[in-house]
Write a new protein. Structure first.
Length: 253
């Protein structure tokens, strides 16, 4: 007999019930869930309904699946909490917790600023940008795609530098444009082909696009970025500071 109520499909209710057990620590990181057959009997549902419920939990990063001997569905460790307000971004915060953070350079290019870039960075028509695309991994797991643009006028020989280290340290120490403030916006979307390949996620996996404009101490825009974060790789925390620096509002992010 299918486990349903008029308000929600059975698989949503099952996912909610198991999620509550995880949040209440009744199921802890590393615990193995009962087999699909056992769960089907517990909730009195079909195999398809149970698999839909487990797919929801898997897409939220709450469970991980292993194949082969000793395989099954296991409760995942809680993703690390990162503070979005901190100027240096996610990765230094994870290094502070002794997590292994690596950068892989995917692509570099010299491009003419589009209308979107000119609006965000306050550039003139014909101004040029360096585009730097990197994949950031944490403990060998892909977490973030950084797709950043830097005005050539700010960092004239950027592509000749070591681009697998901190780009903000380059801006600070080499080009004397220390990023001190930023605007960011967040947009959920589903993984397409590029994200599936780089972040090792299935089609339509939930991701978060982070648009950012960073400013130096003189309020000059020094970076425009469109980063892609795996929603299951981090918990994002936002804090509010009543004495935050007043910034020029970008017209478009």
């Amino acid at each position: 007999m299918e486990w349903t109520t008029p308000s929600q499909p059975a698989y949503v209710q099952i996912a909610d019930a198991l999620r509550t057990q995880i949040e209440n620590r009744e199921l802890r990181p590393g615990d193995r869930l009962p087999s699909e057959r056992s769960l089907m009997g517990q909730f009195e549902v079909s195999r398809m309904t149970m698999r839909h419920a487990l797919t929801i939990l898997r897409s939220e990063g709450l469970i991980r699946s292993k194949r082969g001997r000793g395989g099954g569905n296991f409760i995942a460790a809680a993703p690390p909490l990162v503070e979005i307000n901190r100027m240096e971004g996610f990765m230094p915060q994870l290094r502070e917790r002794d997590m292994e953070v690596r950068s892989t350079l995917i692509h570099t290019d010299l491009v003419t600023a589009s209308e979107k870039h000119r609006s965000a960075l306050g550039l003139a028509k014909g101004d040029q940008l360096f585009n730097v695309v990197r994949l950031r991994t944490v403990n060998n797991s892909p977490m973030l795609i950084e797709d950043s643009y830097f005005p050539v006028s700010v960092a004239p020989d950027l592509l000749h530098q070591d681009l697998e280290g901190s780009l903000y340290e380059l801006l600070t120490n080499v080009y004397h444009h220390k990023p001190t403030a930023k605007w960011e916006s967040f947009l959920p979307f589903a993984a397409q082909v590029r994200e599936q390949q780089l972040l090792k996620v299935p089609a339509r996996h939930p991701l978060l696009k982070i648009h950012r404009v960073a400013y130096d101490e003189s309020n000059h825009a020094v970076e425009y970025s469109e980063d892609i974060l795996r929603c299951d790789s981090a918990q994002v925390m936002v804090t509010t500071n009543l004495h935050s620096q007043e910034l020029p509002q970008p017209r478009q992010l």
